[in-house]
Design a protein around this ligand. Structure first.
Ligand SMILES: [Zn+2]
Length: 329
C-alpha cells in the first residue's frame, strides 16, 4: 500500500546515485505506539505530537519543505520529507531511527567511559581565508573562537586538542587525523557563514552532522555517493551532539535557529569520533557580523559551545540514571 503512495513522489525526486527508497511508516501509528497525542497546530500544515517528555512538530506541507521538524522547539531537518496524502502523514523509517530516535532516547556510553578530550577544529587558515566580508576573514574568527573555547573547557577539566593554533593551512584529512591521533572523544569544527544576497535578512546558526547512508544531505542538489562511510558509525551520537549544540546556541545566544542539518563534508565523513560542524552565524549580516567580530560576544559564543558539549556529555553518560530521566532533554 505504501509503495503505491510513494510512487508519485519518487517519480520526480529520487536522489541521484543512492537508488534508495526509504520505508515510510504512518506517523499516527508511530505516535500512538510511543504514547504521543497528535493534534494540528495548523490544519494540513503543522502537526504536533505531544508526549510526556517531548513535543514534536512536523511540517506536512510539501510546498514549504516537509523536511522541517522541531524537537522540543529546536529545528531539525529530516533526512526525507514527511509524506502527506489523503489526510495521513508518513515519516521515513530512517528519520525515526537516525533523527528522532537518538534525540528522544540518547545512546549511552558504557559505564566508566567518559567524554574527556575535545578536538577543536578552527576552520580554514593560511592561504585559505574562508568567507571574506570586507577586511574580515573567516579563518581569523574561527581561530579566535577556538582560543576562547579552549580555556573554558580546560577550566571544566576537559582536555583540548586544537587542529591549529596559528594562521596556517591544515588539510582536511590532517584535521581528522590529528583528532584520531590524540584520541579525541569529540570533534567540533568551527565556521562562520556568509551570503552574497539578502545580507540584511539571512542570519542565524546551523549545526551540521553527517548524512546517514542512503539519505540526501539537507542542502544537496543531487549527491553522487550516498554510501556508508566511517563517520556513519557514529550516526546516533553525531545527531545528539548536533541537537544539543543547536539547542545551546539558541538558549545562550537567542540566535535564529536555522536548524540541525545533514552534510557529507569531508571532515564529518572521516571523523572516527562523534563530530559536528558549527556554522555559528553570518558574517555578512550587519548586526550578526558585528557580534562575530566582537571579543565580548565571542566569550558568550564560546560558552554556548561549551554548554553544548556538556549537555552532550550529560545525556550520553552511562550511569545508574534511568532512561526516562534523560529522555528528550
Ligand atoms: Zn568555513
Amino acid at each position: 500500500m505504501l509503495a503505491l503512495l510513494l510512487a508519485p513522489w519518487w517519480a520526480g525526486a529520487a536522489p541521484r546515485g543512492g537508488n534508495v527508497r526509504p520505508n515510510y511508516v504512518p506517523l499516527g501509528e508511530w505516535a500512538r505506539a510511543n504514547v504521543f497525542n497528535v493534534h494540528w497546530v495548523e490544519r494540513d500544515k503543522t502537526v504536533e505530537l505531544q508526549g510526556r517528555n517531548a513535543r514534536l512538530q512536523f511540517n506536512v506541507d510539501s510546498r514549504s519543505d516537509a523536511r522541517r521538524a522541531q524537537i522540543n522547539g529546536v529545528q531539525v531537518w529530516l533526512a526525507f520529507p514527511i509524506l502527506y496524502q489523503n489526510g495521513r502523514a508518513y515519516i521515513s523509517q530512517i528519520d525515526l531511527s537516525e533523527t528522532l530516535g537518538p534525540v528522544l532516547s540518547p545512546p549511552t556510553n558504557p559505564r566508566g567511559i567518559n567524554i574527556k578530550t575535545i578536538c577543536l577544529d578552527a576552520g580554514h587558515g593560511g592561504n585559505d581565508p574562508g568567507n571574506q566580508v570586507g577586511s574580515n576573514d573567516e579563518k581569523k574568527y574561527t581561530l579566535l573562537l577556538a582560543q576562547e573555547v579552549r580555556p573554558q573547557l580546560l577550566a571544566l577539566r576537559f582536555k583540548v586538542v586544537m587542529t591549529r593554533t596559528t594562521d596556517v593551512k591544515i588539510s582536511l584529512e590532517d584535521r581528522t587525523a590529528i583528532a584520531r591521533k590524540k584520541d579525541a572523544d569529540l570533534f567540533v569544527c568551527l565556521h562562520f557563514n556568509s551570503v552574497e544576497q539578502d545580507r540584511n535578512e539571512v542570519k542565524g546558526t546551523e549545526i551540521f552532522c553527517l548524512t546517514p547512508a542512503g539519505a540526501t544531505s539537507t542542502n544537496a542538489r543531487g549527491e553522487g555517493d550516498t554510501r556508508w562511510v566511517v563517520g556513519n558509525r557514529n550516526d546516533e551520537k553525531n545527531m545528539v551532539l548536533a541537537y544539543q549544540m543547536q539547542k545551546s546556541y539558541e538558549k545562550n545566544l537567542g540566535v535564529e535557529d536555522r536548524g540541525v542539518k545533514r552534510a557529507r563534508f569531508q571532515v564529518l565523513r572521516e571523523a572516527t569520533m562523534p563530530a559536528i560542524l558549527i556554522e555559528g552565524g553570518f558574517m555578512s549580516h550587519p548586526t550578526e557580523g558585528r557580534k562575530i567580530f566582537d571579543a565580548a560576544y565571542r566569550k558568550q559564543m564560546a560558552k554556548a559551545v561549551v554548554d553544548g558539549i556538556q549537555a552532550y556529555k550529560r545525556v550520553t553518560k552511562g550511569s545508574n540514571e534511568t532512561d526516562s530521566n534523560k529522555k528528550a532533554e
